[in-house]
Design a binder for this molecule. Structure first.
Ligand code: NAP
Length: 489
C-alpha cells in the first residue's frame, strides 16, 4: 500500500521540531516514543519529575495573575490564533498523531479538526461566563453572583485521542482565565507537545499552559493531586485510575472532572433501517480499532433480525483494511501496545471457551505486531467477560434479545454509563428507550455523537462532569456570591 509522501515529510519536520524543543530540557532521563504500527522509535523525550511539576506550578501561578485580568475577548483572540496555527499545520499534526497513536490518517485528520473545534468554541464561550443579580431579600441589600476562574488546573489525558483530549481541557481552562498543566499519556506525548509549541507561538504565555511528559505517571500525578494550589483536576482515562485520583484529590478537596471508561450498548430493534444500523455499527465499533470510550462495546440485536444483521455486518467487517495508518486506504490501525493485544486475546479466548463463535477474524496478525483482525463474535451471552468489560479492541460481540424491556435491562446492566446507541424507526420507542437508558450520551439512529457543541460525559462509574458545550466552561469556574448591604431603604 502506498504511503502518503506529504504526510511522511511533514512528520519528519515535526519530529525535528519536537526534538529541538525538548532538547532544551536537560538533566532528565529520556524515554522513547514508538510507532505502534512499525515499532520504530520516533524520538526520545525527557521524562519530567515531581521537581519539574512543582516548578511548573510556581511559574504558572505567577503567570496566572496577569491572565485572569485580561478580557474574555483578548483571550479569545489568542485562542483563535492558536486554532489558526493548528489549521495551518493540520496535515503534519495528523501525520504525527497517526505515527504515535496508530489510527488511520483519515481519522487523525478528523481528530485534529475535532480537537480544534473545542478551541474556537471556547474562545467564544469564554465571553458568556455570565453571573446573576438575584431579586433581593431586603431593600437595603443586593445579591450578586459572579463566575470567577477556578485557579490552577491540572489535566491528565489518555493515549486514544492525543490531540482532542488535550484541547477539550486546555481551551476551556484558558478561556475561563485559568492556567493549566497537562500530563499526557506516556505512549502519546508528541501531539501534546506540538499543541504546546503552537499555543506559545499564538501568544499563550509560556507558563500558563505547560505539557509535562513523563514515564512516571504516579510521580507527577501525586504532585497534581496533593498540591493545595491546584484547585481543579480534570482527568480522562480508565475508571480504576480515575477512582484513585479522586481519592487522592479528596485531601485538598479539589474540584474534579472525570471522563472515564464505558461499555456502550448498541441496540438494533427489528423496526430499524438495517443498512443504516450496520453502517453505524461499523463506524461506532471499529473507529480507532475499537479503542474509544464511546465505541459500541456490546451489539444487542433483536431475535427476528439477528441472522440478517450478522450477515450484513460480517460482509462489511470483511472489507475493512488493516494496516499502518499512514498508508492510503487503511481503515483499522494497530492497537496501542502489547498489553492491549493480550487483553483483547484473553477476552476472546474466554468468550470462545464459554460458547461464543467467531464468524470472522479472531487472531492477532502475527506474534510480533500490534495488529489484530477485526472480529465478529456471535452467540455471546450477557454474563461473558467480553460483555461486562471495556474491550478496547476490534472485536464486535453480538448478543440476541427478544423484547424492548429486555434490551433496556441488558443495556443498563453495567456499572458504566457513558454512551449508548439504538436504532428504531418507531417514534414512541425512540422516546421510551432514550429515557430509560442510564447513560450520559445517547445516539438514536446515530453511531457517532461527539461534537464541541454538545455535553460529553457519563453517568455512574463513567464519570463526573461534562466537557465541551456551554456546560464545559462551568467546570473551570467558581461561583461567587456577594451580598452588598447598607444601601439605604
Ligand atoms: P489510563 O491507564 O487510566 O491512563 C490515563 C492517564 O492516566 C494516562 O496519562 C496515564 O499515564 C495516567 N495515569 C495512570 N496511572 C496514573 C497514576 N497513578 N497517577 C496519575 N496518572 C496516572 O487510561 P488509558 O489506557 O490511557 O486510556 C483508556 C481509558 O480512557 C479507557 O478506559 C477509556 O474509556 C477512557 N477514555 C475516556 C474518555 C471519556 O471522555 N470518558 C475519553 C477517552 C478515553 P500513562 O500513560 O503514563 O500510564
Amino acid at each position: 500500500m502506498a504511503s502518503n509522501p506529504h504526510a511522511l515529510r511533514s512528520l519528519a519536520e515535526w519530529l525535528g521540531r519536537i526534538a529541538d524543543y525538548t532538547d532544551a530540557i536537560t538533566g532528565r532521563e529520556r524515554f522513547p516514543i514508538k510507532n505502534p504500527a512499525t515499532n520504530e522509535i520516533l524520538v526520545a523525550i525527557p521524562s519530567l519529575t515531581a521537581e519539574d511539576a512543582n516548578a511548573a506550578i510556581t511559574n504558572s501561578l505567577a503567570a496566572a495573575k496577569e491572565w485572569r485580568r485580561t478580557t474574555a475577548q483578548a483571550r479569545a483572540n489568542i485562542l483563535h490564533k492558536w486554532a489558526q496555527l493548528i489549521s495551518e499545520h493540520h496535515e503534519a499534526l495528523a501525520a504525527l498523531l497517526t505515527a504515535e497513536q496508530g489510527k488511520p490518517l483519515v481519522e487523525a485528520r478528523g481528530e485534529i479538526t475535532y480537537g480544534t473545534s473545542f478551541i474556537t468554541w471556547f474562545a467564544e464561550e469564554g465571553k458568556r461566563a455570565y453571573g446573576d443579580i438575584i431579586p433581593t431579600n431586603a431593600p437595603t441589600r443586593r445579591l450578586i453572583v459572579t463566575k470567577e476562574p477556578i485557579g490552577l488546573v491540572a489535566a491528565i489525558t489518555p493515549w486514544n485521542f492525543p490531540n482532542a483530549m488535550i484541547t477539550r481541557k486546555v481551551a476551556p481552562a484558558l478561556a475561563a482565565g485559568c492556567p493549566i498543566l497537562v500530563k499526557p499519556a506516556e505512549d502519546t506525548p508528541l501531539s501534546a507537545i506540538a499543541l504546546e509549541i503552537l499555543a506559545h507561538e499564538a501568544g499563550v504565555p509560556r507558563d500558563l499552559f505547560r505539557v509535562l511528559p513523563t514515564n512516571s505517571p504516579a510521580e507527577i500525578g501525586g504532585v497534581f493531586t496533593k498540591h493545595p494550589d491546584i484547585r481543579k483536576l480534570t482527568f480522562t482515562g480508565s475508571t480504576p485510575v480515575g477512582k484513585y485520583l479522586m481519592q487522592e484529590s479528596a485531601y485538598t478537596v479539589k474540584k474534579v472532572s472525570m471522563e472515564l471508561g464505558g461499555n456502550a450498548p448498541f441496540i438494533v430493534f427489528d423496526d430499524a433501517d438495517l443498512d443504516a444500523a450496520v453502517a453505524g455499527a461499523i463506524l461506532s465499533k471499529f473507529r480507532n480499532a475499537g479503542q474509544t470510550c464511546v465505541c459500541a462495546n456490546r451489539i444487542l440485536v433483536q431475535s427476528s433480525i439477528y441472522s440478517q444483521f450478522i450477515d450484513k455486518f460480517t460482509e462489511k467487517v470483511e472489507s475493512l483494511i488493516v494496516g499502518n495508518g499512514i498508508d492510503e486506504g487503511v481503515s483499522v490501525g494497530p492497537l496501542i501496545n502489547k498489553g492491549a493485544i493480550d487483553k483483547v486475546q484473553q477476552l476472546l479466548n474466554d468468550s470462545l471457551s464459554q460458547g461464543a463463535r467467531s464468524i470472522v477474524g479472531g487472531h492477532p496478525f502475527d506474534s510480533s505486531s500490534l495488529f489484530f483482525e477485526p472480529t465478529v463474535l456471535c452467540d455471546v451471552t450477557p454474563g461473558m467477560p467480553i460483555a461486562q468489560s471495556e474491550i478496547f479492541g476490534p472485536i464486535a460481540p453480538i448478543i440476541r434479545f427478544e423484547t424492548e424491556e429486555e434490551a433496556v435491562a441488558l443495556a443498563n446492566d453495567t456499572p458504566f454509563g457513558l454512551a449508548a446507541y439504538f436504532w428504531t424507526q418507531d417514534l414512541g420507542r425512540a422516546w421510551r428507550v432514550s429515557e430509560a437508558l442510564e447513560y450520559g450520551m445517547i445516539g438514536v439512529n446515530e453511531g457517532t455523537i461527539s461534537s464541541e457543541a454538545a455535553p460529553f460525559g457519563g453517568m455512574k462509574e463513567s464519570g463526573i462532569g461534562r466537557e465541551g458545550s456551554k456546560y464545559g466552561l462551568d467546570e473551570f469556574l467558581e461561583i461567587k456570591y456577594t451580598s452588598m448591604g447598607g444601601l439605604g431603604a
